[in-house]
Design a protein around this ligand. Structure first.
Ligand code: G3I
Ligand code: 9MR
Ligand code: ZN
Length: 576
């Protein structure tokens, strides 16, 4: 052997070492967006499907143990089908048969490997904890610190200076305590607080055994009331300050304009109580939503704090009295005010929701009479498309009636029938969708991820009305989408999963010095409406499910909001 040939061998060895390490850095070992999994994971007994979008797949896939790469399961990808809303050609990798708890990843020859995920009974508990605790991180009026688990995630007490805006019919200083910041901005809005708090209180009512055990690490932890309810109370307390003596409720409390991307305590402008102006000053949607929520609180807090429950219930009745007298006072931003509108064009659904919750809590006839007189107008609100949303709460009214103990049997039966029919159709449609989600092309609106979550809620309510495993399965499919089984392979919950989105339009995340955003926040998601500057720069022919940017500037596709997070909490609590 000549020195030259030894040299050549060495070069070959060196080359292959380099190739291997380059491959393991860039190729084989780093996850590919072409394999889409729920990055939190899958329940042992549930269906387990990943989606593959790649022209290069050879046809097989392997499920491998994360610890040692051993093959736990081998299967075949399904035939490719087109998914219209994303434009993707999707193949499914079904590994439902694997039930053994553990950490895994998928290896698809020709394509690469997926992010790591778990199979286990508790795969969603971390996400549930973070998504619920995110409300603590939205608290207004007190110093917030996420503690040693999230060092550096803190801010000082904010927005303590309240004033009545001329549109409220009052003047001078106003209370400004408590409540949750609505979203990436620091406003507090009654209408959106309504559906948020209502959804969370329903979550408690439907899944209490699970939630009782959740320790949120909040200042109230350790008192007699479960943390989940203590957190909700922070917002209820603020809502109570927004009720006028005549029972009416002002629409919102915000600064005049959105602040810049500063920490909450640096937003020094007065927090104005803003109303509807001279006619009535308070608004019907705000007042009726308030009545509905306070009525639920009257049920939920009773075992823990009867005095508080009574206070909430009294506030609800008073609000109802005002709303009945003022059934259609709508809100629009008064001159000079540029914060969020939440200006609903219809108040009948909010009135129905208030009546239904008051009836369920009190069993008093006037509420029942109102409900029976009006429910037929809203029966068509239970549909296979269009789950509840901040502006559309009629389904909540109908469902709370059907879920309650006292009811007219025939009315309840009609509601149950409508609900099951709609849920069946959602199941069928989702089964035909490439990503197995319930969203229709029209559902890719501002906050579309909350539409997916609320389809999940609708299905789980269906399951509560009449148990059906397919409803639960489809609710989970929507959750899988939010946690990474989507065209972007992004988990849309901050700090959940190995590839979570990073740049929410969330002021504390933008203004602090932490490299990661605040945890547990759900992104608004794809929005075909392109309602911000950066979205408008996207190519015009993008399919709706792709109209999304993980950029802070994209408030119309990448903000967080409490109502969206509430639907996520409901789904996470309910899918087990
Ligand atoms: O429902 C229609 C649909 O029929 C139509 O096809 C589609 C076309 O764009 O629009 C749909 O309506 C959209 C509506 O959201 C759906 O709820 C509107 O375009 C869209 O402008 C509207 O966006 C709202 C947004 O504020 C702007 O007003 C969001 O719902 C609402 O969640 C959001 O809320 C903001 C607050 O104002 C301020 N704080 C942050 C919060 C979250 O971004
Ligand atoms: O930051 C605001 C966000 O919370 C709202 O959802 C959004 C729509 O109302 O508006 C954002 O504020 C933007 C404003 O509307 C236009 N100028 C840029 C602001 C974001 O920095
Ligand atoms: Zn604040």
């Amino acid at each position: 052997m000549t020195t030259r040939s030894i040299g050549r061998e060495a070069v070959i060895v060196l080359f292959s070492v380099l190739t291997l390490s380059t491959l393991s850095l860039l190729g084989a070992d780093s996850p590919t967006v072409e394999i889409k999994v729920d990055q939190a994971g899958y329940l042992p007994q549930a269906s387990k499907v990943a989606i593959v979008v790649s022209g290069a797949a050879a046809g097989d896939f392997m499920l491998k143990r994360a610890a040692d790469g051993a093959v736990a399961y081998q299967g075949k990808l399904s035939a490719a089908i087109p998914d219209a809303d994303s434009g993707d050609s999707v193949q499914a990798a079904d590994f439902t048969r694997v039930k053994k708890p553990g950490k895994y990843f998928l290896d698809v020859p020709g394509v690469g490997r997926s992010w790591t995920f778990a199979i286990g009974q508790d795969v969603y508990s971390r996400a549930l904890y973070l998504a619920t605790r995110s409300f603590f991180g939205q608290r207004c009026g007190m110093a917030v610190d996420l503690g040693p688990e999230f060092k550096g995630y803190s801010y000082a007490a904010c927005h303590r200076r309240g004033e009545y805006h001329v549109s409220s019919g009052r003047s001078g200083t106003a209370p400004s305590v408590k409540g949750w910041h609505d979203a990436g901005d620091y406003g507090r809005y009654i209408v959106n607080s309504g559906i948020t708090t209502g959804t969370l209180l329903w979550t408690w009512e439907m899944f209490e055994p699970k939630l009782r055990k959740v320790n949120l690490n909040i200042p109230e932890s350790g008192n007699k009331t479960p943390d989940f309810l203590d957190e909700i109370r922070w917002n209820l307390d603020w809502m109570l300050t927004m009720q006028d003596q005549d029972g009416g409720v002002w629409h919102k409390q915000t600064t005049e304009k959105f602040s810049g991307f500063v920490m909450p305590e640096q937003d020094a402008a007065p927090s104005l109580v803003i109303g509807t102006g001279p006619d009535a000053f308070k608004g019907t949607c705000a007042t009726a939503d308030f009545a509905a929520v306070m009525a639920i609180a009257g049920r939920v807090y009773r075992p823990f704090d009867a005095r508080y429950a009574n206070q909430c219930l009294e506030a609800a009745k008073k609000a109802w009295g005002w709303a009945e007298q003022h059934p259609a006072v709508l809100f629009r931003n008064p001159a000079g005010v540029a914060t969020g509108g939440y200006g609903d064009r219809q108040s009948g659904d909010e009135l129905l929701w208030a009546a239904a919750e008051l009836w369920r809590s009190t069993g008093e006839e006037p509420y029942h009479r109102y409900f029976l007189a009006h429910f037929a107008e809203f029966r068509s609100s239970i549909q296979p498309d269009g789950p509840p949303a901040w502006a559309g709460v009629a389904p909540l009214a109908l469902w709370t009636y059907a879920l309650g103990k006292k009811k007219d049997a025939e009315t309840a039966r009609a509601i149950v029938d409508d609900s099951l029919k709609a849920a069946d159709q959602i199941v069928v449609r989702s089964g035909e969708n490439g990503y197995r989600i319930s969203l229709t092309s029209r559902d890719y609106i501002w906050g579309s991820n909350s539409v997916a979550a609320n389809y999940g809620l609708q299905l789980l309510v269906g399951h509560a009305l009449r148990p059906n495993a397919r409803f639960v399965e489809t609710a989970r499919d929507n959750l899988h989408y939010l946690l990474g089984r989507n065209t972007f392979s992004l988990s849309w919950v901050t700090q959940v999963g190995e590839n979570a989105f990073k740049h929410p339009h969330h002021r504390p995340s933008g203004a602090d010095n932490n490299s990661e955003p605040w945890p547990g926040l759900l992104s608004g998601g794809p929005n075909r409406g392109r309602q911000d500057e950066v979205m408008r720069k996207l190519p015009a022919n993008l399919p709706p499910a792709k109209m999304y940017l993980d950029e802070q500037a994209s408030y119309s596709s990448n903000e967080n909001a409490i109502n969206w997070n509430a639907a996520l909490v409901f789904l996470l609590a309910g899918v087990e």
